[in-house]
Ligand binder design. Structure first.
Ligand code: SAM
Length: 248
């Protein structure tokens, strides 16, 4: 394939557009930058729809375009530039158990990506997105997920009734302590917005309300999701196999 030398190349222009949510949504595509993310996509058997690499690097697939350093730096969203960029298909699936994490108004893409990473680490079955959340396919969320975006099923949840199993609203300082409560799969852990938390009307329709006992007012949303995932999967690993929360 011909070497791309100009940042005004039509392919690169199209690539730059994918930094905008509406353009990502229109084409159902997103961008992943850097060797680690490209490798995570390959492990998850997610083929790149197209790819761009630093000329001469040999990175990515055989069909990746070779791009001159300046032109590649011009389309990178990383301050430090990148050596390889892939474009991938967005996948949205229904929210499923046994262990779903639902986010409501979690607007920081770094938090969204971190939650995806934790969900993968603790064997959750999906991350569902309610209103007001950052796009999990935005460049910052993709980066913070450290590749979990390719492995974790993601879902839109229009209504709480879309969420599988027992719904556990995580609230700072309210409800039962999460540690030690008997939880059974399937279940959904609900995490609220960075500032407002979960709205009352959502909490009211949850089967349970739980808090992580802490000495301060609240945890960051991603921290709370991570600790809660640790707690519920730790509990499950002591339970009989038939009642484990974690997918086997
Ligand atoms: C930064 S907190 C929101 C704080 C908000 N001012 C409130 O009072 O809900 C973001 C989300 O993290 C979760 N969270 C934070 N600390 C928690 C804790 N100690 N126990 C359970 N969930 C917690 C909740 O779901 C919360 O909605």
């Amino acid at each position: 394939m011909n070497l791309i030398t100009s940042p005004h190349n039509p392919h690169l222009k199209e690539l730059r557009r994918l930094a905008r949510k509406r353009d990502r949504e229109r084409g159902g595509r997103f961008v992943a930058e850097g060797e680690d993310l490209i490798a995570a996509a390959a492990r998850a058997r997610r083929p790149a729809l197209e790819g761009y690499r630093l000329a001469g690097s040999g990175l990515g697939g055989e069909d990746f375009h070779d791009v001159a350093a300046d032109a590649l730096a011009a389309v990178s969203t990383l301050g430090s530039g990148t050596r390889v960029i892939g474009v991938y298909e967005q996948r949205w699936e229904p929210a499923v158990g046994p262990l779903c994490v639902y986010l409501h108004g979690v607007g920081d893409p770094g938090n969204v990506g971190t939650i995806l990473r934790s969900a993968q680490a603790f064997g959750a079955s999906c991350v569902a997105f309610g209103p007001g959340c950052a796009d999990p396919y935005s460049p910052k969320a993709v980066r913070a997920s450290m590749g979990a975006i390719f492995a974790m099923p993601v879902a839109h949840a229009e209504a709480v009734t879309d969420l599988p199993g027992e719904r556990v609203a995580l609230l700072a300082g309210a409800g039962e302590p999460l540690r030690g409560i008997a939880l059974q799969a399937p279940m959904t852990l609900l995490v609220g917005a960075e500032r407002e938390g979960l709205p009352d009307e959502l909490v009211d329709v949850c089967e349970r309300v739980a808090h992580i006992p802490i000495a301060s007012e609240s945890l960051n949303a991603a921290m709370a999701a991570t600790v809660a995932l640790y707690e519920v999967t730790r509990e499950a690993s002591d339970a009989p196999a038939s009642s484990r929360v974690r997918a086997s």
